[in-house]
Design a protein. Structure first.
Length: 347
């Protein structure tokens, strides 16, 4: 009896050891697959916050989402229509957006708690890369007698819709000229009508306004319209004013509108631009940020196919107007590309 029991017990032990050995070969780390040596890529769900569907941000956001989903392992990205830069910041801070498109100046206000974000600092946002310039088009109605920006004093002017990024830009630029249309910011010497681009063009065609500021990529549809009908003309900003604006508000930088960009525009226009950038939360994975930046440039043709303005989205232009700190993953990527980051905030 004792001998039979011992044999059975030995067989039981052999069975248990076999099961344990098999489990060790086939189970274990959930990140392993195949032969146990290959790790599954992490999965990332990325929400790209853009702007309204009628602007450039939304199609660009869609292109970015497709590029990242197809070419960055583990990434599943989608674009979301929003009200623009201020809401994109809010969505990111609330954990509802992972990548935002925005004007660098507004992003700076959010980061620093100044300007339109006075007392509401959101220091957790970080820069990823520059996209393309929003070019300032200062447009005067033909027959109005206006030839330069200073001539707007006492005239009817459209700065953009209330609280829009364009309206903020108009306020900043006109301030350097000693011009103001906001009652709570000093003496008013410009009569403002707060409407959008298309409405501004219609008002100019009807002779109800003398000037407007339209800010967008090259070319911008509303500017095409007002110049093609020969109702308005773009005027250059003076060199000294360009320098003063860029010194006062460092997210602006000098730019030229090449002759022939628009119908009836035979001369080069000297003006300024404010950068459109991609921004991310400070706690985004560093390797992921590196891969997102890398894919933008590697698949640049696909990006341009989504919107012509992104022809400007090159490594050489990546730091124009970057006024908020770069994400460490972006720092590492651009340093690997030999980009000079000595004048770019990092953190």
């Amino acid at each position: 009896m004792l001998k039979r029991y011992s044999k059975t017990f030995v067989l039981f032990l052999v069975f248990v050891m076999a099961v344990v050995t098999l489990a060790g070969c086939t189970g274990g780390d959930a990140e392993k697959q195949g032969n146990g040596d290959e790790e599954k890529p992490k999965e990332w769900r990325i929400n790209v916050a853009t702007a309204t569907t009628g602007g450039a941000y939304y199609p660009i956001g869609n292109s970015l989402a497709q590029i990242w989903s197809k070419n960055v392992p583990g990434v599943r990205a989608a674009a979301q229509a929003t009200a623009g830069t201020p809401q994109n910041v809010e969505l990111m801070v609330n954990g509802e957006a992972d990548v935002g498109i925005g004007q660098s100046g507004i992003c700076y206000y959010a980061y620093s708690g100044t300007g339109t974000f006075e007392g509401k600092a959101e220091p957790s946002i970080r820069g990823l890369l520059g996209l393309y310039p929003n070019v300032v088009h200062m447009i005067m109605r033909k027959g109005s007698g206006l030839e330069k920006t200073a001539d707007i004093e006492g005239k009817r002017f459209v700065p953009g819709q209330v609280a829009s990024a364009t309206e903020v830009n108009s306020r900043e630029i006109l301030k350097v000229y000693g011009l103001n249309y906001m009652p709570d910011e000093g003496e008013v010497n410009v009569e403002a009508d707060f409407v959008g681009y298309n409405e501004a063009v219609d008002l100019m065609k009807d002779g109800h306004i003398d000037a407007t500021m339209i800010i967008g990529g090259l070319p911008t549809a509303a500017v095409l319209d007002v110049l093609a009908t020969n109702v308005g003309e773009i005027v250059s900003l003076e060199e000294d004013k360009i320098e003063e604006i860029c010194a006062e508000y460092p997210w602006y930088y000098p730019i030229e509108i090449p002759a022939g960009t628009y119908t009836n525009q035979d001369e080069v226009i000297k003006t300024i631009a404010v950068a459109n950038i991609l921004f991310v939360p400070e706690d985004m994975d560093e390797d992921l940020v590196y891969s997102l930046a890398e894919a933008v440039y590697e698949y640049h043709d696909d990006l341009v196919a989504g919107h012509k303005a992104t022809e400007y989205t090159t490594i050489e232009n990546a730091m124009y107007g970057m006024i908020i700190p770069l994400h460490p993953g972006a720092v590492r990527f651009f340093e690997d590309q030999g980009v000079d980051l000595s004048n770019v905030p990092q953190g």
